[in-house]
Write a protein that binds this ligand. Structure first.
Ligand code: SAH
Length: 433
């Protein structure tokens, strides 16, 4: 979601004749896009703002957008009096107002629903992967989560509006469409229908969506994994914990049986499907036995590409007030144990890919410029061997001037033979384009 917000902000500012610069000291406007999901990310914002203030040109405008802006509101100006703007995740389309009136202090953390989607200018250049939000906010109210406060109630966008964005992205270079929502499969106007419609577009080769809530995984959506070849065999469906007690206290009312049943149905439809999850360890009251259940489910499902976090109490959430908060050292120990299991899952799956030839989406050259970086259908990163040097040159000459925006080229989807694997990534060579 934040990547999408960043792309829209960049595109909007380019429309005003602005260009990205590599060094903050050269910028006329500095926009810090923020996340409030965990305390650490939230705290980092003000230390980062301090660094920006000390390095920026004296007359450069700077401020924050996103969830920390919403969380702090006017208090952000008290914490840093030099800030020029504070705009929430549903009001960053108002950013140009500060350019028109640089002496003002711009504050808007309203939850204005879907207004921003109509107000933002269309994007002319799409990255190879286009993130398309189909809903705002979330109604699930997990007891640990600040999102319902920062991003508001759950609202689904009209299918017509979403398809307009999908077509614009496809026409301007997107090869992969990723539908976004906090509860993306709870989209009120049928996610399955949206995927089927998108798959009809010739230039779209891959479709995925994130993040799914287990109980919203409907049979028509599950069936689509078996019938729609453009839908990638990869699903992010966070379980958060393997303990029924902890899940109840998290206000995630599904049993392990239901969750495992969904995974089995998905695997029956699409035997090569891989599942990823988010996990929270050290939720208030989590016992050793509860944690052991989380480790069991992580091994049993064989999740890949997953994220694990230490529980972090957030304002405006019910869990922050629960008794039996877990000490930091125990959270840390549990995180290490779970991370080792998840890493081992990744290693085993990556190794099982050696020898396969896979259609991979090229993301661009690596830092050295000698290799290409690509993504498999399961989102693993592949480093494509130096024999692809010529491809890198070809690729570079085709990309537009800013390195994060990739111009469309049919060579973006390549057949790559996987030659090596480790716990983090794969190595491969191009078979044919
Ligand atoms: N609906 C989104 C939630 C975004 S937050 C989703 O399902 O992805 C992304 C992840 O951050 C969550 O899945 C959860 O694992 C983690 N998270 C959310 N609140 C947290 C908290 N208070 N402490 C630690 N991790 C948290």
């Amino acid at each position: 979601m934040n990547v999408y917000d960043g792309q829209r902000i960049e595109s909007m500012l380019r429309g005003r004749g602005m260009m990205p610069v590599a060094d903050i000291a050269l910028a006329d406007l500095i926009v810090l896009n923020t996340c409030a999901v965990r305390e650490k990310a939230s705290n980092k914002v003000f230390s980062e703002l301090g660094r920006i203030r000390d390095r920026k040109k004296p007359d450069a405008l700077f401020g924050i957008v996103g969830c920390v802006a919403r969380e702090e509101g006017a208090n952000a100006f008290r914490r840093m009096k030099e800030l020029n703007f504070v705009l929430g995740p549903q009001s960053y389309h108002k950013l140009p107002e500060i350019l028109d009136n640089p002496d003002a202090r711009l504050l808007n953390v309203d939850l204005s629903g879907l207004e921003k989607f109509d107000a933002l200018p269309p994007m002319n250049d799409s990255p190879a992967v286009a993130y398309i939000p189909i809903q705002e906010g979330c109604d699930h109210c997990c007891t640990y989560c600040i999102v319902p406060y920062t991003r508001g109630r759950e609202l689904s966008r009209d299918t017509g509006d979403v398809m307009r964005d999908v077509r614009a992205a496809a026409e301007s270079g997107a090869v992969e469409i990723c539908f976004l929502g906090q509860n993306v499969n709870g989209y009120k106007n049928s996610l399955a229908a949206l995927i089927t419609e998108t798959a009809k577009l010739e230039s779209v080769k891959r479709i995925r969506f994130t993040s799914s809530y287990p109980t919203e995984m409907t049979d028509d959506l599950i069936a689509l994994f078996g019938t729609e070849p453009k839908l990638l065999p990869f699903l992010n469906m966070p379980i958060q914990s393997g303990s029924p007690d902890v899940l109840t206290r998290m206000n995630r009312p599904y049993g392990l049986g239901l969750y495992i049943g969904i995974v089995e149905k998905l695997r029956a439809m699409r035997p090569d499907i891989q599942i990823s999850s988010d996990f929270i360890v050290g939720f208030p009251g989590e016992t050793d036995e509860d944690f052991e259940m989380t480790c069991d489910i992580a091994r049993r499902i064989g999740y890949i590409n997953s994220y694990s976090f230490k529980y972090s109490p957030r304002p405006h959430t019910a869990a922050a007030l629960m008794k039996d908060q877990i000490p930091e050292n125990i959270k840390k120990q549990r995180l290490k144990i779970l991370d080792d299991i998840l890493t081992e899952n990744n290693r085993a799956f990556n190794e099982s890919c050696v020898g396969l030839t896979l259609p991979c989406l090229v993301e661009g050259p690596d830092k050295t410029g000698k290799h290409l970086l690509a993504r498999t259908p399961w989102m693993q990163q592949v480093i494509v061997s130096p024999s692809a040097k010529q491809r890198v040159e070809e690729y570079k000459s085709k990309r537009v001037e800013h390195k994060t925006i990739l111009s469309y080229s049919p060579t973006l989807l390549l057949s790559i033979r996987i030659t090596n694997a480790n716990k983090c990534s794969l190595r491969g060579e191009i078979v044919k384009s």
